[in-house]
Design a protein around this ligand. Sequence first.
Ligand SMILES: [Zn+2]
Length: 364
Amino acid sequence: MSIGYAQKLSDKKDVGTLGMPELFDPPYNLQQKVEQLAVIIQKSKYLVVFTGAGTSTSCGVPDFRGPKGIWTLQRQGKGVPEASLPFDRAMPSLTHMALVELEKAGILKFVISQNVDGLHLKSGIPREKLAELHGNSFREVCPSCGMEYLRDFEVETIGLKNTPRRCVEEKCKARLRDTVLDCEDELPGKEMNLAEQQCEMADMILCLGTSLQITPACDIPLRALRNGGKVVIVNLQQTPKDKDASLVIHGLVDEVISGVMSYLYLRIPPFVRVDVFQIVFTRCTRLSDKRFMKWRLRVASIHGQNAPLPFVRSVEVSFPGRPELKVATLSKQPFLLKRHLSLQSFDQIVIRAELLKRLRGAYA
Ligand SMILES: [Zn+2]
C-alpha cells in the first residue's frame, strides 16, 4: 500500500527536486552544526518537530525524492525500489526514539509528520502531541462519532474509503474509514489547524528529513517565523525553504539527532516491540454422543474477526499428553483448527506461534 500511495502522488505533485544529489557537510563542519543545533534546542522554550520521509529511510521505508527514492526511480522508468517493504515490517529509528525522549523530557512539545508509516505513534509519541498531515496507514476513524482505531496491520484502503470494519461503539456501529490521503484529497482540517497553531506557538521548528516540497504542508513550519521563531532544517538535499532557516544541516537525520542527544546528555531509549493476539477456543458437545465433540481453535487478531494478523507466520497446535493426536501446523490465515474428537478436561493443548521478523531497525 505504501508504494501504491506513492505512485498516485507522483503523478500529481511538484517533482522539482527529483533525483537531486545528496549533500553531506564535511565531518568537522557537521560536528559544529550539531553542537549549534543542540544549543538552540537547549535554549528553546517551545520546540516543534516537522518530519518527512528522510526520518524513516533507516527503517526500510523508502523515501520519495532522493536519488534512489520512489518518485525518482519511477520518473526514470526504473519502477519501485526492491527494498520497499510493507510498513508493518518497519521499526522506529534512532530519530523516532530520540523524539520520544525529548518529549518525555518536556523539551519537545509537538510533532507534525507528513509520513503515513505510523512510526511516530509506534515509537510512543502521544497521539495528542502529533499531527499526521497525510494520514496514517495503521489508523481508521469512525466518520460518525469520531472514534479512532490504531491497528497493528496496514488498513486495506487509502483515500478515506470504507474499510471492512465497523465502529465498536454500541450506539454507533458506522463503517470505518482509512485516514491516508489520496492525491486529490484535501489535508485533514483538524490536523492542519492543530499543526498551524503549534507552529505559531513554537520558538523553534526542527524540520527533519523533508525536502519541504509538498504544498500546503511545507508552508506550515514557516509560521513560526511570524512570531520570531527559528527554523532549522536537517536534510540531505537542498530545500526551497533553506533561505528562511537559521541553520541548514546536510547530514543523515539519525547521525545528527544522535549527536544532539549526546551533547544534551539524553539517552535514546530502545524500542520495545509488543505483538498481541488472542486465542479463541469454542466447543459444542453433542448430547447424543458424549465421546466426541466439535471444537474450534483460532489464533486471531485482537482487532476483531475482519482483521488480518500480519506478524504471525504460522501456528503449531500439539497435545503433549495424547500421542495418538497429530500435531497440526497452520500456515495460512485465518489460523483456524477444526476438530471432531474427544478432549478430556485434563488434556493440555500447546500453541506455538512463529512470528515474522520485522526489518532490522536501529533496535532490532
Ligand atoms: Zn462510531
